[in-house]
Design a binder for this molecule. Structure first.
Ligand code: DX5
Ligand code: ZN
Length: 228
């Protein structure tokens, strides 16, 4: 049971020589989704994965594959990542030619439509799109690299996004990505985050089960603290 919190390990920090085994291990350890960070070297100064990696992840697990596209003009790649086996496609608001059209296209492909915001992008940007969204991803670090520190300044933005989602009445997931740890998961959950992405804190430790449990327990404590 997730207790309302979902854990999405990011394979950016996995041992890529043993990707299928790494994914099987986090699945067995209780992960809810598998998060794949795609970076094009233009939207952010790094290069990571393409559709072939999504395909490999798809073969390795039954869990939903949550693809975070940190690429310019993601519209050009939606078909190929959908075909590769993504369950959800998340595009950056800052990177789209036309966000509304990108979201409609993702849904037309039968996938869950997500929007990600960089730390400096205001949440109000999303207001016109709430009816077209299945997920909002709050990026709490600079895009592209694992192992960075969580930007505490993002907590009020998570609160504001939670409020926007609740007021909209739409069943939109609020995902928090970057620097998530057992030390800050309670505050993130209390602020309204429900899907926690974690790369280094899960894959840089030999006991993935313990890392996932620690995140889940900390987040659950944050949720309990906010319940009346
Ligand atoms: C950052 C990525 C994250 C990253 C998280 O650009 O979107 O998904 O892999 O890694 P950690 O948990 O190590 O900050
Ligand atoms: Zn990500």
């Amino acid at each position: 049971m997730s207790g309302g919190i979902l854990i999405a390990p990011s394979i950016l920090s996995a041992d890529l020589g043993h990707l299928a085994r790494e994914i099987a291990e986090v699945e067995a350890a209780g992960a809810d989704w598998v998060h794949v960070d795609v970076v094009d070297g233009r939207f952010a100064p790094h290069l990571t994965f393409g559709p072939a990696t999504v395909q490999a992840a798809r073969r390795a697990t039954k869990l939903p594959i949550d693809v975070h596209l940190m690429v310019n003009e993601p519209e050009r790649y939606l078909d190929v990542f959908a075909r590769a086996g993504a369950d959800g496609l998340t595009v950056h608001e800052e990177a789209c030619l036309d966000l509304g059209r990108a979201l409609a296209k993702i849904r037309s492909l039968g996938k869950r439509a997500g929007v990600a915001l960089k730390p400096e992008t205001p949440v109000e940007t999303l207001q016109p799109y709430v009816g077209a969204l299945d997920l909002v991803l709050m990026l709490c670090v600079s895009p592209g690299q694992g192992g960075q520190a969580f930007q505490e300044s993002q907590l009020p933005k998570i609160v504001a996004t939670r409020k926007m989602i609740d007021q909209s009445g739409h069943p939109i997931d609020l995902e928090v990505d970057g620097g998530v740890s057992a030390e800050n998961a309670a505050r993130i959950a209390a602020a309204g985050g429900r899907v926690l992405v974690s790369g280094s804190k899960i894959f840089d430790t030999p006991d993935r089960g313990a890392a996932i449990r620690a995140l889940r327990q900390a987040a659950a404590a944050g949720l309990t603290a906010t319940r009346p």
